[in-house]
Design a protein around this ligand. Structure first.
Ligand SMILES: [Zn+2]
Length: 375
C-alpha cells in the first residue's frame, strides 16, 4: 500500500506554533546570511533543538519576500517573530502572506513523516508501520521536477530539505545533479545535525553555515518566557538545545523527573521510565554514561545535576553499558518490547554502581548516595 501524504504537507509547511516563530537567537545569523549568501545551495549545520528547521523556514520566507531589502518600514512587523535590520521576511507582503498561509507556489519543504508528526502537522500514515524517518525518493524526485517548472511569482523558487541525512543514498544521488546545476532562479536550503553523515559530494556542492545553539542565558530566558518550569535542569539535560527542552516540557517531562534518572538507574528502578519513549530513555542513559564517566575521571557533569550522580561507577561496566545502549540505538526501528527492553537496560545500568553498593552494604555504612565527585 502506498502511503499518501496530505497535500498540505507535501506542498508547504503547516502552521507554526506562535512560539516557534520567536527564536530571537536566530536573528543575527539570518541577517548575516541574507547579506552575504550568494550561492544557490546552502547547507545549514545545526541541531533541530537549536532551531535549524525554523531557521530554514524563515530564510526561505525571506528569500521569497517581496519587500525591498533595507526597508525599515517593515522592521518589527512580524509579530512575535524575527526582527532583522533588512526587514525581511516582512511578514505581510503578498509572498509572506502566502508563505505563512502554507500556500506559496514557489516553496516546497521535504521532511520525514516522523518530523511532520512531531510538529503536529497532518500527514496520512500507513497504520501498519511507524512514521518513516526517511525522506522518500519519490518525494525528492517530485520536488526536483517541480524545481524546473516556472516560478509562480517570478521571485525564484526555494526547495528546503530537513534533515538532509534523512535521505537515503538513492535520494541523495537523485539530488546531486540539481545541486550542481539548479534551474535558473532556484535555491536549495538543506539542514543537517551533522555534516559528517552526508555524502561528501553533497557537502562539496553547498555553502556551509554553522548554526550554534544560543548562549545559556538567552536560552533560559526564552524557555522561561514560554512558561517552562525547571528550565535550567531541562536545558542542561537537552544539551543546551532550547527547543528540545521546550518539547520535553510540553510532553510532561519535569526537571525533577529528569534529575531522578541517575539514582533510579543506580537502584535498578525501571518504574521511573514508565511512559517514556525508548528514544528518550536511550538519550537519558547515554547522557548518564557521559556524566558518570566524566565525574569518575575528575571532570564535570554536563547533563545532570552533579549532586544526583551516584558515586563509585565501575568504568568497565560503564563501557559495557554504553556499548549496549549504542547497539540498541543502531536498531531503533526493531520492534522491541519496550518495557522489557527498558527493564533490561536499567538492570545493566544498575551493575555500573553495583560493586560500590555492595561494599557499602558489607560495611553497613550509612554513606550517603550523593557523591562529591564533579560537584
Ligand atoms: Zn515579505
Amino acid at each position: 500500500m502506498v502511503t499518501r501524504r496530505a497535500d498540505t504537507v507535501a506542498d508547504g509547511p503547516q502552521p507554526l506554533r506562535p512560539e516557534a516563530l520567536a527564536l530571537p537567537w536566530l536573528a543575527p545569523m539570518l541577517e548575516e546570511t541574507l547579506r552575504t549568501h550568494q550561492g544557490h545551495a546552502l547547507l545549514v549545520c545545526g541541531s533541530a533543538g537549536a532551531g535549524a528547521l525554523e531557521f530554514v523556514l524563515r530564510l526561505s520566507q525571506a528569500w521569497l519576500c517581496e519587500q525591498p531589502p533595507q526597508s525599515t518600514a517593515a522592521v518589527g512587523a512580524l509579530e512575535g517573530g524575527l526582527q532583522v535590520a533588512s526587514g525581511r521576511p516582512c511578514g505581510h507582503c503578498g509572498s509572506c502572506r502566502l508563505f505563512l498561509a502554507h500556500t506559496h507556489p514557489d516553496f516546497r519543504l521535504r521532511v520525514p513523516e516522523a518530523v511532520a508528526v512531531s510538529h503536529g502537522w497532518p500527514v496520512q500514515l500507513d497504520e501498519r508501520r511507524k512514521p518513516s524517518r526517511q525522506i522518500r525518493i519519490d518525494e525528492v524526485r517530485q520536488a526536483i521536477d517541480w524545481m524546473s517548472t516556472t516560478s509562480g511569482r517570478g521571485q525564484g523558487k526555494v526547495l528546503a530539505l530537513h534533515p538532509v541525512e534523512a535521505m537515503n543514498a538513492a535520494s541523495a544521488s537523485a539530488l546531486l545533479k540539481t545541486l550542481e546545476e539548479p534551474p535558473s532562479g532556484a535555491r536549495l536550503v538543506l539542514s543537517t545535525a551533522d555534516p559528517a553523515l552526508l555524502m561528501p559530494t553533497i557537502r562539496s556542492r553547498c555553502q556551509l553555515l554553522r548554526l550554534a545553539p544560543p548562549p545559556r542565558p538567552v536560552a533560559l530566558q526564552w524557555l522561561q518566557s514560554q512558561g517552562v518550569a525547571d528550565a535550567s535542569v531541562l536545558l542542561d539535560g537537552a544539551g543546551g538545545m532550547p527547543l528540545t527542552a521546550l518539547q520535553w516540557s510540553q510532553e510532561g517531562l519535569t526537571g525533577s523527573a529528569w534529575a531522578s534518572v541517575p539514582q533510579a538507574v543506580a537502584r535498578g528502578d525501571a518504574s521511573v521510565f514508565g511512559g517514556w519513549p525508548v528514544s528518550r530513555v536511550l538519550d537519558a542513559f547515554q547522557k548518564l554514561c557521559h556524566d558518570a564517566g566524566s565525574t569518575q575521571l575528575g571532570g564535570s557533569a554536563r547533563f545532570y545535576p552533579a549532586a544526583q550522580l551516584p558515586a563509585g561507577a565501575s568504568l568497565d561496566r560503564l563501557t559495557q553499558w554504553f556499548k549496549s545502549l549504542q547497539r540498541v540505538t543502531r536498531h531503533a526501528e526493531h520492534p522491541w518490547s519496550e518495557p522489557l527492553l527498558i527493564e533490561s537496560l536499567v538492570a545493566e545500568g544498575r551493575g555500573v554502581w553495583e560493586a560500590q553498593a555492595k561494599r557499602r552494604a558489607a560495611r553497613g555504612s550509612a554513606t550517603p548516595e550523593h557523591a562529591t565527585l564533579g560537584s
